[in-house]
Design a protein around this ligand. Structure first.
Ligand SMILES: [Mg+2]
Length: 257
């Protein structure tokens, strides 16, 4: 990117915060500062509740004006939230039909049981209805990172499950989510879908955006954004993102003057 981005978009888990964890105070301060300089989007496969717990609830001393620059895209942009008149407001949500949900729930459970991946002892429910997305989390939504890593270190189980469920649900799209999760949505819903919606909603074109994510590799859930042609910056974790922002923010602040 030769010029500065007009909008900086981020993945959430392992990009802004450790998986399912609140923002570190260092990152929270950087986000508040970034919001003073540029439009910001956070896009994730997770639900809005996760955005509140991990991100919003940890932004201290942030003005309404700064929050008006924050674009929240849960479930890959099939839902969209803005901060309007002091409150987070859902602008739209594209939901699966009841029949689509029922088909997805039964297909993923049957397949997981057949493959021997349906665990009896989990941290919370394995299946979750996120409205616009059905999510399978092998060890439950609240499983600790170490347990998830131990369950499927290579990603082999998750990929096998994803393929088998996809074969059963040709009308829907089955994608790899977090480390032990599989997401089922309408076809064509991924972070690229969300980023295209964002361009339409904000009037900021894709080539004026910068995307930061930890899974820009070919099997990663951030990869579709790279394929879309958006300028991307790959990180290994939130600390990398913080170091990157410490360089980017002063440039944006200088450019904004
Ligand atoms: Mg991530």
């Amino acid at each position: 990117m030769t010029s500065l981005p007009r909008l900086v978009a981020f993945d959430l888990d392992d990009t802004l915060a450790a998986s399912k964890s609140p923002l570190d105070p260092r990152m929270a301060a950087l986000m508040v500062r970034l919001l003073g300089a540029v439009e910001v989007c956070v896009i994730s496969g997770g639900q809005i509740a996760q955005f509140h717990m991990q991100l919003i609830d940890n932004l201290d001393d942030v003005s309404d004006e700064a929050l008006s620059r924050l674009h929240l895209m849960p479930t890959c942009g099939t839902q969209y939230y803005r901060h309007i008149e002091g409150a987070w407001t859902q602008i739209y949500a594209e939901l699966l039909t009841d029949a689509e949900k029922a088909g997805a729930l039964s297909a993923v459970e049957a397949t997981a049981r057949e493959l021997g991946y349906w665990e009896g002892d989990t941290w919370g429910p394995i299946l979750e209805d996120r409205g616009s997305q059905i999510t399978f989390s092998a060890l439950g939504q609240a499983a600790p990172v170490a347990a998830k890593t131990a369950w499927d270190h290579s990603g082999e189980k998750k990929n096998a499950l994803r393929e088998a469920v996809q074969a059963r649900l040709p009308e829907l799209e089955v994608r790899s989510g977090g480390s032990t999760s599989v997401d089922i949505t309408r076809r064509g819903i991924d972070k690229a879908y969300g980023m295209k919606k964002l361009a339409t909603l904000t009037g900021v074109s894709l080539d004026e955006m910068l995307f930061v994510g930890d899974r820009l590799d070919e099997n990663g859930n951030d990869y579709p954004v790279k394929v879309l042609g958006v300028e991307c910056f790959a990180v290994g974790g939130w600390e990398d993102t913080a170091a990157f922002l410490e360089i980017l923010i002063p440039r944006l602040e200088a450019g904004a003057v």
